[in-house]
Design a protein around this ligand. Sequence first.
Ligand code: A3P
Length: 297
Amino acid sequence: LPSYKDSEGNLYNYKGCWYYPNTLQGVLNYEKGFKPQETDIILASFPKSGTTWLKALTIALFERLKTDTYSDHVLQSDNPHGLVPFLEMSLYLKSSTPDLSKFSSPRVFSTHMPFHTLQLPLKGSPCKVVYVCRNVKDVLVSLWYFRSAHLQKEVEMESLFEPLCKGVGFFGPFWEHVLSYWRGSLEDPKQILFMRYEEMKSEPTAQVKRLAEFLGCPFTEEEEEDGSVDKLVELCSLRNLSGMEINNSGKTFNNVPYSTFFRKGEVGDFKNHLTTEMENKIDKIIQEKYNDSGLKF
Ligand code: A3P
């Protein structure tokens, strides 16, 4: 396989996407062994695009059907990444036949794989996929903070900027990743919901209602009137989740403390970190890549 080395190690290109070796093994195991159930839900994203938030919202949407109290909420017991594991980076990392018996229907999984790789085992299944996409400049800045926190030293922005532009780096190219879901389709085009981080920030209530409808658990009129939607949005807010004891407990996911998944959560933070040159270069690539796709950033 084509390979390339970054500060964390070797990456390999499999079907157009770059992976570190252990994740690649997880992808291969998934391709070989995953058997979808009709009610499965897969939350997909490019890293740092709002994965944690989407997981929290999905958990909270289903959880509200079981209980109407937010004390002892399942989100207090584990981080969203513990509750909704990654297919390729957790469940299928070591085996193509993991024990999934603890998952009850609907099973909720997550992935950073591009759609063309995710879809193979899903052929013919009516399962649902939600993709969250975020402005690439904020993704870059978020990645830079995340990498720096992980390595416990400030990494050079250039060391992430150049690979991102060139289309290399973990789960890259970003450009094709987003397009794969934007253009992707299963049996029924209605099986994929495309969400945007920026819209989730600017109109959380409307977007959460959209998500609930797609997942087949829409809010009732009574819920809409009694403030349940706003309560759920507040439960899953960055401020609330990042303040929870579980997310400050020192527990980790893939050696990353839970707290590292919560930072600023703002739209446009790139303005504080990228040079005009960097912005121009990214704008040019966006223009080239998305010009005829109907996808706007
Ligand atoms: P910033 O680094 O810009 O703050 P992912 O979950 O895909 O790893 O993405 C992480 C980004 O989502 C981080 O962005 C993080 O702060 C933000 N985030 C995490 N939880 C969030 C929430 N509940 N609401 C909004 N943003 C959230």
